[in-house]
Design a protein around this ligand. Structure first.
Ligand SMILES: [Mn+2]
Length: 297
């Protein structure tokens, strides 16, 4: 299996400077040396601030987000079509609108969304207007058409093909939607009491039954706030480092995994690069798990 490494230095989906530096910080820590030989590398373009025109209150810097997610959708589609396995590094979570749309062009798939937040808001329900809280709503066809129609008009994701892990800071409108749509939710408590490997096996089996292929989107704020000063919206009561690593390691063992994404590392907010090092360690787990898998087969 060939790898593809996609950097997405996007920050327009939220309000804090620095999250665009996630990919460059990981490179500084030595990520390039970690990637398997022959990895295809791409950096997705981002509009300069001076070209942002549409700063709507309910969809902030929407043109900046749209520009990059359209490019990312194209890139993800191409890489998966070429039979490569994309590791996608951000950047804020609005980028996932592009990942979800790009994957949809290659056929149905499921998602394991590891995050403190449900990212299920629309322009109407979002308290902040930040698009990084909207990617799953957009992929399921809810909200502004400019977001739902990235990569085509069809729905990119069905609610029964989504599994959440680590949710603990959910807006009221989102709780209603999760219940209405019957989306599967695995709490931090369940991860802790039953084991990351066990709950991941279940999540993968759940998706295998319903759809087959899946991707993992991992938000750094799924970790406990004490571990991730370097992320925009840290929340208490999150995953330990070991739990996060076990979740990605377990995902990597599944043949059905088609891509993995790591978002919301903000080096400007970080303390002594601790969050960056944790993100780097996750990348290391991701690459090494697949290496082991290749050696075994
Ligand atoms: Mn998120």
């Amino acid at each position: 299996m060939q790898w593809s490494y996609i950097e997405v230095p996007l920050r327009y989906g939220q309000g804090k400077d620095g999250v665009d530096q996630g990919p460059s910080k990981l490179r500084e820590l030595g990520l390039e040396a970690l990637l398997p030989e022959g990895t295809a590398k791409r950096t997705i373009r981002v509009l300069p601030e001076s070209e942002i025109r549409e700063n709507e209150e309910h969809l902030k810097r929407v043109d900046g987000v749209l520009y990059t997610v359209n490019e990312l959708a194209e890139a993800v589609h191409e890489e998966v079509q070429a039979n490569r396995f994309p590791l996608i590094v951000g950047g804020d979570h609005s980028m996932a609108i592009g990942t979800l749309a790009g994957l949809a062009k290659t056929g149905p798939y499921g998602v394991i969304w590891v995050d403190a937040h449900a990212d299920l808001n629309t322009g109407e329900t979002s308290p902040s207007g930040n698009i990084h809280g909207m990617p799953l709503a957009a992929a399921m066809g809810m909200g502004d058409v400019r977001l739902t129609e990235v990569g085509g008009r069809e729905r990119k994701l069905l609610p029964e093909h989504l599994v959440y892990i680590g949710l603990r800071d959910i807006d009221e409108g989102e709780i209603r939607e999760i219940n209405r749509l019957g989306i599967k939710v695995i709490t931090v408590e369940e991860v802790r009491t039953r084991g990351a490997d066990v709950i991941m096996q279940e999540a993968i089996a759940y998706l295998r039954e319903r759809v087959g292929r899946f991707y993992v989107s991992f938000d750094m704020d799924s970790f406990d706030a004490s571990l991730v000063a370097g992320t925009g919206t840290p929340v208490d009561g999150g995953l330990t480092a070991a739990e996060g690593k076990a979740i990605v390691a377990e995902a990597m063992t599944a043949d059905e995994l088609i891509a993995i994404e790591l978002v919301e590392l903000n080096p400007s907010l970080d303390v002594e690069d601790k969050t960056a090092q944790l993100a780097f360690a996750l990348c290391e787990t991701i690459v090494k798990s697949k290496e082991n898998l290749l050696l075994e087969s």
